[in-house]
Design a protein around this ligand. Structure first.
Ligand code: XMP
Ligand code: MG
Length: 174
């Protein structure tokens, strides 16, 4: 069986929505420096493009976690594969994630980061799959809500493929 990727959100739609979120963040963090924490690898294009649309001072750091024990369902047990380089104490932290699915990963991660005493902690995700939510997480900025389909592109992968697509698509087996 081969695969095909059907466009769900075009490059232009993604770009416009990111500019809107960037404008909102600039307003909400006026007079402050926002410390973006990119969750690797999926959040990388989103964070880079988002950071360029934000008009307040920005610093950033990267974290890599693995939550999937097997298959495509997250276990809730999150392993920190790469921790942050810098302390977040006293910082206005904004986590930048590619997609929130069950919510388990972010719920666990926020718990860990809160213990490090940031001044504030908020969450920004490009994509949200509300139908799949198991754990309640407060999401402050959402790019798009998507249906319960496996999505790829713009940082998101299927078996490490398709991250470099400039749009968001759905993998279809043909
Ligand atoms: P949970 O379920 O803990 O998981 O909210 C969030 C993480 O699961 C991955 N994920 C996906 N990755 N296409 C992907 O490429 C998808 O449709 C998808 N759904 C969940 C993703 O790594 C996210 O950080
Ligand atoms: Mg991810």
């Amino acid at each position: 069986m081969s695969e095909e990727v059907r466009v769900l959100l075009s490059e232009e739609e993604v770009k416009i929505r990111i500019e809107e979120i960037g404008a909102q963040i600039s307003k909400d963090y006026e007079g402050k420096t926002v410390h973006l924490i990119c969750i690797l690898k999926g959040g990388v294009f989103f964070m880079c493009d988002l950071a360029k649309t934000v008009s307040v001072p920005v610093s950033f750091d990267f974290m890599s976690v693995s939550s999937y024990g097997n298959g495509t369902d997250s276990s809730g047990i999150v392993k920190i594969v790469k921790d942050l380089d810098d302390s977040i104490e006293g910082k206005e932290v904004l986590i930048v994630e590619d997609i929130i699915d069950t919510g388990r990963t972010l719920n666990y991660l926020i718990g860990i980061l809160e213990k490090r005493n940031p001044k504030s902690i908020r969450l920004c995700t490009l994509l949200d799959k509300p139908e799949r939510r198991v754990v309640d997480v407060k999401v402050d900025y959402i790019g798009f809500s998507v249906p319960d389909k496996f999505v790829v592109g713009y940082g998101l992968d299927y078996e490490q493929k398709y991250r470099n697509l400039s749009y968001i698509g759905v993998v279809e087996k043909i």
